[in-house]
Each structure stands twice: as C-alpha cells, then as structure tokens.
Design a protein. Sequence first.
Length: 162
Amino acid sequence: MEVIMEEQQTLDELIQQTYDWLVAAKYSKGTVYSFKCITNQLKTYAAGKNEIYFSMDLALSFLEDHYHLSSDIRNKKPCFLRFMEMLSDFKLNNSVMIKERKREYQFPEVFLPAVEGYNKYRRSINIKEDSILRTQLYLERFFDFLEGKGCCSFEKITISVI
C-alpha cells in the first residue's frame, strides 16, 4: 500500500496565499494591512523557534509570548486571534471562513423610540440595510457617550455636553 503525502505549505507560502485571497476577496485595506503586519511578526517569531510550518499551537504561543495575551485574548485583541484563525482556515479550506457579527447593538432605553423611528423612516425612503446598520453602530456609541455624561433625555443634550 502506497501512501501519498501532500506537501505541506510553509508558513511563508501560507501567509502569502492567505494575503492574496484577502486582497482578491476585497477585504478592507486596514484589515489587509493589519494582517500583513501581524503575520510578518509571526514569521519572525517562527524563525526564532525554528518553525517553518503553521499550526494553531505556534499561533497561540506567538500571541502569548509576543503580545502577552492568553485565555482572555478574545476580549482584548480579537483581531489578532482572527488573523491566526484566517491562516488556519486557509490551510484547511483554501479560503477564509466568514465570521458573522455576534453582537446585537443595544441602545439606551430612553433613546430607543427615537432610534427606531429614525430607522423606520430611513427604510421608508429605501436606504440600504447596510447603511442603516452602520449608522446604528455610530448612534449606539453616541448615545452611550451621552448616557455616560448623564444625559438621560433629549432635553439634557447641550453643546457643552457634546
């Protein structure tokens, strides 16, 4: 019985192929740039450990040693871990698995009727859903800021608060 072993990609090859895939998939310039920066540091780290192949063990050791991140990495620097997951995805599937947002945007209760009315109006004039969701993110941050400043109603919002 003859066993045919497929040649494993080196870390450099995997990073380059994943990078090319991200560019072709039209990931944002910021994501692609950050991916390149982090993976360049991973390559340097791997060379210091005499590792030429990618593994999640290598990736997690890199994140722990280089960035002092451990079990709470998903909360502190989720993008660093995400870049390592992208490499793992590409190694296994020749593509990067798209991750869905897991967070629902929550508005302070007092401002919720205004936000819902605003979104309803925007939908009625055929604003794209992506645009509405993007605006929701900024509105949530703005209203959280206001709430942190003690503004619990529209009447309390003043120029000096903003």
